[in-house]
Design a protein around this ligand. Structure first.
Ligand SMILES: [Zn+2]
Length: 328
Protein backbone atom coordinates (compact mmCIF):
# COMPACT_ATOMS: atom_id res chain seq x y z
CA UNK A 1 0.00 0.00 0.00
CA UNK A 2 1.10 3.55 -0.72
CA UNK A 3 2.56 5.11 2.44
CA UNK A 4 0.38 8.22 2.53
CA UNK A 5 -2.75 6.10 2.07
CA UNK A 6 -1.65 3.73 4.82
CA UNK A 7 -1.03 6.62 7.23
CA UNK A 8 -4.49 7.98 6.55
CA UNK A 9 -5.98 4.52 7.07
CA UNK A 10 -4.36 4.17 10.51
CA UNK A 11 -5.59 7.62 11.58
CA UNK A 12 -9.13 6.79 10.48
CA UNK A 13 -9.09 3.34 12.07
CA UNK A 14 -8.18 4.90 15.43
CA UNK A 15 -11.25 7.10 15.25
CA UNK A 16 -13.41 4.15 14.22
CA UNK A 17 -12.20 2.07 17.18
CA UNK A 18 -12.99 4.95 19.49
CA UNK A 19 -16.48 5.34 18.00
CA UNK A 20 -17.11 1.59 18.25
CA UNK A 21 -16.17 1.75 21.95
CA UNK A 22 -13.37 -0.77 21.47
CA UNK A 23 -10.73 1.56 22.88
CA UNK A 24 -10.76 4.58 25.20
CA UNK A 25 -8.41 7.46 25.65
CA UNK A 26 -4.96 6.62 24.25
CA UNK A 27 -5.22 2.90 24.93
CA UNK A 28 -4.80 0.29 22.24
CA UNK A 29 -2.79 0.69 19.06
CA UNK A 30 -2.94 -0.09 15.36
CA UNK A 31 -0.41 -1.05 12.72
CA UNK A 32 -0.21 -2.12 9.09
CA UNK A 33 2.37 -3.73 6.86
CA UNK A 34 3.87 -1.23 4.47
CA UNK A 35 6.26 -3.42 2.46
CA UNK A 36 8.48 -6.44 2.95
CA UNK A 37 10.66 -4.54 5.43
CA UNK A 38 8.50 -2.00 7.22
CA UNK A 39 5.30 -1.45 9.14
CA UNK A 40 3.48 1.71 10.17
CA UNK A 41 2.25 1.97 13.76
CA UNK A 42 0.37 4.48 15.89
CA UNK A 43 2.49 6.56 18.29
CA UNK A 44 2.78 6.09 22.04
CA UNK A 45 0.26 7.79 24.33
CA UNK A 46 -1.47 10.02 21.82
CA UNK A 47 -5.22 10.64 21.70
CA UNK A 48 -6.80 9.03 18.62
CA UNK A 49 -8.78 12.18 17.89
CA UNK A 50 -5.56 14.21 17.85
CA UNK A 51 -3.41 11.74 15.92
CA UNK A 52 -2.41 13.03 12.49
CA UNK A 53 -0.83 11.27 9.53
CA UNK A 54 2.62 12.66 10.38
CA UNK A 55 2.37 11.24 13.93
CA UNK A 56 2.31 7.68 12.56
CA UNK A 57 5.67 5.96 13.02
CA UNK A 58 7.49 3.89 10.39
CA UNK A 59 9.32 0.89 11.80
CA UNK A 60 11.66 -1.71 10.37
CA UNK A 61 10.46 -5.26 11.08
CA UNK A 62 13.91 -6.78 11.35
CA UNK A 63 15.96 -4.11 13.08
CA UNK A 64 13.17 -2.51 15.13
CA UNK A 65 14.53 0.93 14.13
CA UNK A 66 11.91 3.58 13.67
CA UNK A 67 11.59 6.97 12.05
CA UNK A 68 9.18 9.76 12.75
CA UNK A 69 8.47 12.72 15.00
CA UNK A 70 6.99 10.52 17.73
CA UNK A 71 7.89 7.35 19.58
CA UNK A 72 6.10 4.21 18.36
CA UNK A 73 3.54 2.57 20.64
CA UNK A 74 5.05 0.92 23.71
CA UNK A 75 3.26 -2.24 22.65
CA UNK A 76 5.05 -2.43 19.27
CA UNK A 77 6.71 -5.77 20.05
CA UNK A 78 3.49 -7.77 19.85
CA UNK A 79 2.66 -6.12 16.52
CA UNK A 80 6.05 -7.05 15.11
CA UNK A 81 5.57 -10.60 16.34
CA UNK A 82 2.28 -10.80 14.40
CA UNK A 83 3.84 -9.77 11.08
CA UNK A 84 6.72 -12.14 11.61
CA UNK A 85 4.44 -15.05 12.47
CA UNK A 86 1.93 -14.59 9.63
CA UNK A 87 3.04 -13.57 6.12
CA UNK A 88 -0.61 -13.04 5.14
CA UNK A 89 -1.31 -10.59 7.97
CA UNK A 90 -1.20 -6.97 6.88
CA UNK A 91 -3.16 -5.19 9.59
CA UNK A 92 -3.06 -5.56 13.39
CA UNK A 93 -5.36 -3.99 15.95
CA UNK A 94 -4.81 -4.02 19.68
CA UNK A 95 -7.84 -3.02 21.76
CA UNK A 96 -8.91 -2.95 25.38
CA UNK A 97 -12.48 -3.94 24.47
CA UNK A 98 -14.68 -4.66 27.46
CA UNK A 99 -16.24 -8.08 26.94
CA UNK A 100 -13.28 -9.75 25.28
CA UNK A 101 -11.06 -8.46 28.09
CA UNK A 102 -13.47 -9.94 30.63
CA UNK A 103 -13.64 -13.27 28.81
CA UNK A 104 -9.85 -13.37 28.66
CA UNK A 105 -9.83 -13.49 32.48
CA UNK A 106 -11.89 -16.65 32.88
CA UNK A 107 -14.42 -18.99 31.39
CA UNK A 108 -12.86 -19.05 27.97
CA UNK A 109 -12.81 -22.83 27.55
CA UNK A 110 -16.57 -23.35 27.32
CA UNK A 111 -17.14 -20.51 24.90
CA UNK A 112 -20.43 -20.57 23.01
CA UNK A 113 -19.08 -19.94 19.53
CA UNK A 114 -20.16 -21.30 16.17
CA UNK A 115 -17.82 -22.99 13.71
CA UNK A 116 -18.33 -20.10 11.29
CA UNK A 117 -17.43 -17.52 13.93
CA UNK A 118 -14.31 -19.45 14.86
CA UNK A 119 -13.27 -19.58 11.22
CA UNK A 120 -13.97 -15.90 10.73
CA UNK A 121 -11.75 -15.05 13.70
CA UNK A 122 -9.00 -17.32 12.40
CA UNK A 123 -8.43 -19.12 15.69
CA UNK A 124 -8.68 -17.64 19.16
CA UNK A 125 -6.50 -18.20 22.22
CA UNK A 126 -5.47 -16.55 25.48
CA UNK A 127 -1.92 -15.44 26.23
CA UNK A 128 -0.46 -15.45 29.74
CA UNK A 129 0.02 -12.20 31.59
CA UNK A 130 3.00 -9.94 31.12
CA UNK A 131 3.31 -6.23 31.88
CA UNK A 132 2.54 -4.09 28.79
CA UNK A 133 5.49 -3.76 26.44
CA UNK A 134 7.60 -6.46 28.07
CA UNK A 135 9.42 -9.42 26.53
CA UNK A 136 7.37 -11.69 28.80
CA UNK A 137 4.15 -10.53 27.15
CA UNK A 138 5.66 -10.81 23.66
CA UNK A 139 6.73 -14.38 24.39
CA UNK A 140 3.24 -15.31 25.56
CA UNK A 141 1.61 -13.76 22.49
CA UNK A 142 4.10 -15.47 20.17
CA UNK A 143 3.14 -18.82 21.68
CA UNK A 144 -0.50 -18.16 20.78
CA UNK A 145 0.50 -17.18 17.22
CA UNK A 146 2.55 -20.34 16.87
CA UNK A 147 -0.52 -22.33 17.84
CA UNK A 148 -2.29 -20.61 14.93
CA UNK A 149 -4.45 -18.05 16.77
CA UNK A 150 -5.04 -14.78 14.94
CA UNK A 151 -7.17 -13.37 17.74
CA UNK A 152 -5.30 -13.37 21.03
CA UNK A 153 -6.82 -12.45 24.37
CA UNK A 154 -3.95 -11.08 26.42
CA UNK A 155 -4.77 -11.88 30.04
CA UNK A 156 -5.51 -8.89 32.29
CA UNK A 157 -4.90 -6.57 29.38
CA UNK A 158 -6.82 -6.71 26.11
CA UNK A 159 -6.99 -8.20 22.65
CA UNK A 160 -4.72 -8.50 19.66
CA UNK A 161 -6.41 -9.04 16.29
CA UNK A 162 -4.60 -9.90 13.09
CA UNK A 163 -6.24 -9.39 9.71
CA UNK A 164 -5.36 -9.58 6.03
CA UNK A 165 -6.47 -6.00 5.75
CA UNK A 166 -8.11 -3.21 7.75
CA UNK A 167 -11.71 -4.27 7.02
CA UNK A 168 -11.06 -7.82 8.12
CA UNK A 169 -9.28 -6.79 11.33
CA UNK A 170 -12.04 -4.31 12.23
CA UNK A 171 -14.84 -6.78 11.59
CA UNK A 172 -13.03 -9.45 13.61
CA UNK A 173 -12.73 -7.06 16.58
CA UNK A 174 -16.46 -6.29 16.44
CA UNK A 175 -17.41 -9.96 15.91
CA UNK A 176 -15.25 -11.01 18.85
CA UNK A 177 -16.85 -8.43 21.14
CA UNK A 178 -20.33 -9.73 20.24
CA UNK A 179 -19.34 -13.33 20.90
CA UNK A 180 -17.79 -12.39 24.25
CA UNK A 181 -20.77 -10.28 25.31
CA UNK A 182 -23.05 -13.25 24.70
CA UNK A 183 -20.74 -15.42 26.82
CA UNK A 184 -20.56 -13.15 29.86
CA UNK A 185 -21.60 -14.92 33.05
CA UNK A 186 -23.00 -13.59 36.29
CA UNK A 187 -25.87 -11.62 37.63
CA UNK A 188 -26.29 -8.15 36.17
CA UNK A 189 -29.76 -7.66 37.57
CA UNK A 190 -30.16 -4.66 39.80
CA UNK A 191 -32.28 -5.92 42.66
CA UNK A 192 -32.22 -2.81 44.77
CA UNK A 193 -33.93 0.43 43.75
CA UNK A 194 -31.65 3.18 42.59
CA UNK A 195 -32.12 5.99 45.03
CA UNK A 196 -32.08 8.72 42.45
CA UNK A 197 -32.75 11.70 44.67
CA UNK A 198 -30.07 10.53 47.08
CA UNK A 199 -27.60 9.99 44.24
CA UNK A 200 -28.00 13.50 42.86
CA UNK A 201 -27.67 15.01 46.30
CA UNK A 202 -24.45 13.12 46.86
CA UNK A 203 -23.10 14.16 43.46
CA UNK A 204 -23.84 17.81 44.19
CA UNK A 205 -21.93 17.56 47.47
CA UNK A 206 -18.99 15.88 45.72
CA UNK A 207 -18.98 18.54 42.99
CA UNK A 208 -18.53 21.22 45.62
CA UNK A 209 -15.19 19.65 46.47
CA UNK A 210 -14.02 18.37 43.09
CA UNK A 211 -14.33 20.12 39.76
CA UNK A 212 -14.89 16.98 37.71
CA UNK A 213 -17.16 14.40 39.30
CA UNK A 214 -19.83 12.02 38.00
CA UNK A 215 -21.99 9.02 38.80
CA UNK A 216 -21.69 5.66 37.05
CA UNK A 217 -24.94 3.72 37.22
CA UNK A 218 -24.61 0.92 34.70
CA UNK A 219 -26.16 -2.45 35.66
CA UNK A 220 -22.73 -3.98 36.39
CA UNK A 221 -21.63 -1.10 38.61
CA UNK A 222 -24.94 -0.98 40.48
CA UNK A 223 -24.80 -4.72 40.96
CA UNK A 224 -21.31 -4.52 42.53
CA UNK A 225 -22.25 -1.55 44.71
CA UNK A 226 -25.43 -3.17 45.95
CA UNK A 227 -23.72 -6.46 46.72
CA UNK A 228 -21.13 -4.40 48.63
CA UNK A 229 -18.24 -6.13 46.95
CA UNK A 230 -15.19 -3.98 46.17
CA UNK A 231 -13.77 -4.19 42.67
CA UNK A 232 -10.11 -5.24 42.37
CA UNK A 233 -8.03 -4.39 39.32
CA UNK A 234 -8.09 -7.29 36.92
CA UNK A 235 -7.11 -5.35 33.82
CA UNK A 236 -4.08 -3.13 33.30
CA UNK A 237 -5.92 0.05 32.39
CA UNK A 238 -7.84 0.14 35.66
CA UNK A 239 -4.60 -0.52 37.57
CA UNK A 240 -2.98 2.37 35.73
CA UNK A 241 -5.66 4.98 35.96
CA UNK A 242 -7.68 4.05 39.05
CA UNK A 243 -5.46 1.79 41.12
CA UNK A 244 -5.73 -1.63 42.68
CA UNK A 245 -9.14 -1.36 44.29
CA UNK A 246 -12.46 0.47 44.10
CA UNK A 247 -13.78 0.20 47.66
CA UNK A 248 -17.37 0.29 48.90
CA UNK A 249 -18.06 3.25 51.19
CA UNK A 250 -21.24 4.64 52.79
CA UNK A 251 -22.53 7.81 51.09
CA UNK A 252 -21.42 10.07 53.94
CA UNK A 253 -17.81 8.92 53.54
CA UNK A 254 -17.60 9.19 49.74
CA UNK A 255 -16.23 12.75 49.62
CA UNK A 256 -13.50 11.93 52.12
CA UNK A 257 -12.51 8.75 50.27
CA UNK A 258 -12.37 10.59 46.94
CA UNK A 259 -9.57 12.79 48.28
CA UNK A 260 -7.15 9.93 47.75
CA UNK A 261 -9.05 7.79 45.23
CA UNK A 262 -10.77 8.60 41.96
CA UNK A 263 -13.57 6.03 42.21
CA UNK A 264 -15.67 4.59 45.02
CA UNK A 265 -18.76 2.36 45.12
CA UNK A 266 -21.75 3.50 47.18
CA UNK A 267 -24.59 1.00 47.85
CA UNK A 268 -27.88 2.10 46.30
CA UNK A 269 -26.12 4.72 44.19
CA UNK A 270 -23.48 3.04 42.03
CA UNK A 271 -20.01 4.51 41.60
CA UNK A 272 -18.94 8.07 42.26
CA UNK A 273 -15.88 9.10 40.28
CA UNK A 274 -13.76 12.22 40.05
CA UNK A 275 -10.89 13.23 37.80
CA UNK A 276 -8.55 16.03 36.74
CA UNK A 277 -10.22 16.75 33.41
CA UNK A 278 -13.31 16.14 31.31
CA UNK A 279 -11.35 13.73 29.10
CA UNK A 280 -10.10 11.67 32.02
CA UNK A 281 -13.62 11.56 33.40
CA UNK A 282 -14.94 9.85 30.27
CA UNK A 283 -12.19 7.25 30.48
CA UNK A 284 -12.64 6.61 34.20
CA UNK A 285 -16.39 6.08 33.75
CA UNK A 286 -15.74 3.48 31.05
CA UNK A 287 -13.05 1.80 33.11
CA UNK A 288 -15.27 1.51 36.19
CA UNK A 289 -18.01 -0.16 34.14
CA UNK A 290 -15.54 -2.51 32.45
CA UNK A 291 -13.96 -3.37 35.82
CA UNK A 292 -17.42 -4.16 37.24
CA UNK A 293 -18.26 -6.41 34.27
CA UNK A 294 -14.92 -8.22 34.68
CA UNK A 295 -15.51 -8.58 38.41
CA UNK A 296 -18.98 -10.09 38.01
CA UNK A 297 -17.92 -12.44 35.21
CA UNK A 298 -14.87 -13.76 37.05
CA UNK A 299 -16.82 -14.18 40.30
CA UNK A 300 -19.39 -16.27 38.41
CA UNK A 301 -16.55 -18.38 37.02
CA UNK A 302 -14.89 -18.66 40.48
CA UNK A 303 -11.75 -16.97 39.17
CA UNK A 304 -9.83 -14.24 40.94
CA UNK A 305 -7.60 -13.13 38.07
CA UNK A 306 -6.40 -10.07 39.96
CA UNK A 307 -3.36 -8.07 39.01
CA UNK A 308 -0.55 -8.44 41.53
CA UNK A 309 0.12 -5.68 44.06
CA UNK A 310 3.60 -4.94 42.71
CA UNK A 311 2.46 -4.83 39.08
CA UNK A 312 -0.44 -2.57 40.00
CA UNK A 313 1.74 -0.12 41.94
CA UNK A 314 4.32 -0.11 39.15
CA UNK A 315 1.74 0.57 36.46
CA UNK A 316 0.11 3.39 38.38
CA UNK A 317 3.53 4.97 38.89
CA UNK A 318 4.52 4.65 35.22
CA UNK A 319 1.14 5.95 34.14
CA UNK A 320 1.34 8.98 36.44
CA UNK A 321 4.88 9.91 35.55
CA UNK A 322 4.99 9.07 31.84
CA UNK A 323 1.63 8.79 30.11
CA UNK A 324 -0.38 11.49 31.80
CA UNK A 325 2.45 13.95 31.07
CA UNK A 326 2.73 12.78 27.50
CA UNK A 327 -0.94 13.31 27.03
CA UNK A 328 -0.82 16.79 28.48
ZN1 LIG B 1 -2.80 -2.35 25.68
Amino acid sequence: MEESKARKLLVNTGKKLLEAGLVARTWGNISCRLDAENILITPSGLDYMKTKEEDIVKMNLTTGKWQGVRKPSGERRVHIAAYQAFPDVNFVIHTHQTYASALGLAGFEQLDITKEEKEALGGIMTADYGLPGTKKLTKAVKAAFQAGAKAVLMKNHGVLICGNNQEEAMSKAILLEGICKRNIKGDFEVTQDIKSGKAEKLLDAIKEKFRYAALVQTPAVLSCANRRTPIYAQVDDMAQMIGRKIPVVPDNEAAQALKRLNAVLVPGIGAVVRSESEDDMKAIKLLVDKAAICSIHTAACSEKARIGVIEAVLMKFVYKTVYSKQKG
